[in-house]
Design a binder for this molecule. Structure first.
Ligand SMILES: *Cc1c(COP(=O)(O)O)cnc(C)c1O
Length: 348
């Protein structure tokens, strides 16, 4: 027993060498070279050159902020690409399986299905925590990864860290902790414990707290060995120039991002005070994220009533353990006032 990266890597991936692009073979040192190596159009318009396949500038700022090495980082076209790369590197189609913990983020199952990987589901407990005993019972020799979303979407809570530690210690595959909402939480990121657990993979994103869902930038943080494997299979130019330059500009202004996050959290606190006054809201679940999951009397009815008043929320009733729930993203102050006004105007 014990985690063995070589053992869980797909045979064909072990033999691969990363595709070597023109921009990999010659890296500019800033001197005035003439670039005639990539069949680009030479006339400068800001994007006529291929982007840096290793996103060095952006990675160096991110690595600094997250107190890790550049070699611990892989960037992708959203977390969705990062998660897909994990499937393609470690899961043999038609043979391997992964474990997910519904109710949770839907993309894990979508990616498992696309990659012909058996998705073994172990329901969260009634208080939305991983059922560690059942999860470990579900593991067999072909279980390669489990997906732990904390803070979890759509339940909004963080998972107990002792439970995650048990999974990291007792499971010999990859434990992927999806931290899309970590910046809204006061819990420590698992990135700080990377050196303790060789099978820990943390994913983050610029789509939520960082306010850049539109540019598609996902982050994978793991051991250098795991990142090396993912680099073998990533498309060479998976993060385009506009995304790299825009992300670099915005992550260099952390005070602004942090003040937006503070404002969102303050707005959430306000909603937590006001929403209990709405009679048909039966329960508001604890939230470590930028959204609230609420249980109402009749989610389908309330969802369409809100739509009629110009407020779009997410009906999560189809998810297990989430009967009659709505997921409310925290908006701006004005948007939240509109939500509350709409909710108050609805009759019991
Ligand atoms: C929103 C979200 C993401 C973000 O995905 P991107 O592809 O990076 O936009 C990842 N995981 C969870 C759980 C999310 O809710």
């Amino acid at each position: 027993m014990g985690f063995d990266l070589d053992k869980i890597t797909r045979e064909n991936v072990k033999g691969l060498k990363p595709y070597s692009s023109a921009r990999d073979e010659y890296v500019s040192d800033g001197s005035s070279m003439v670039f005639l190596d990539a069949n680009e159009n030479p006339y400068n318009n800001g994007v006529n050159r291929y982007p840096d396949p290793q996103q060095r500038n952006l990675k160096s700022v991110l690595a600094n902020q997250k107190e890790i090495q550049i070699e611990n980082l892989l960037l992708g076209n959203g977390s969705d690409e990062v998660l897909d790369l994990l499937f393609r590197a470690f899961c043999e189609p038609g043979a391997d399986n992964v474990i997910t913990l519904p109710p949770t983020y839907g993309m894990y199952k979508v990616l498992a299905d696309i990659n012909t990987i058996d998705n073994r589901e172990v329901l969260l407990t009634d208080d939305f925590q991983p059922n560690v005993g059942e999860i470990l019972e579900m593991v067999d020799a072909r279980t390669k990864m489990m997906f732990i979303c904390s803070p979890n979407n759509p339940t909004a809570n963080s998972f107990d860290s002792e439970r995650i530690v048990t999974l990291l210690e007792d499971f010999d595959g990859l434990v992927v902790v999806d931290e899309a909402y970590i910046d809204f939480s006061n819990k420590a990121s698992w990135v700080s414990r990377l050196s303790e657990f060789p099978n820990l993979v943390v994913t983050q994103t610029l789509s939520k707290a960082y306010g850049m869902a539109g540019i598609r930038l996902g982050i994978c943080i793991a051991s250098k060995e795991i990142i090396t494997i993912l680099n073998k299979i990533k498309p060479p130019y998976n993060v385009n120039e506009l995304t790299q330059s825009h992300a670099l500009r915005r992550v260099s202004d952390m005070p602004r991002i942090k003040s937006e996050v503070r404002e969102i959290i303050e707005q959430k606190e306000l909603l937590l005070k006001v929403l209990p006054q709405i009679e048909f809201i039966k329960e508001i679940y604890p939230s470590d994220a930028n959204f609230l999951l609420v249980k109402v009397d009749d989610a389908d009815k309330r969802y369409s009533e809100l739509l009629g008043l110009g407020v779009v929320v997410r009906n999560r009733s189809s998810q297990p353990l989430c009967n009659n729930t709505l997921r409310l993203t925290i908006g701006t102050k004005d948007e939240n006032i509109k939500l509350v006004t709409a909710l108050k105007s609805l009759t019991k």
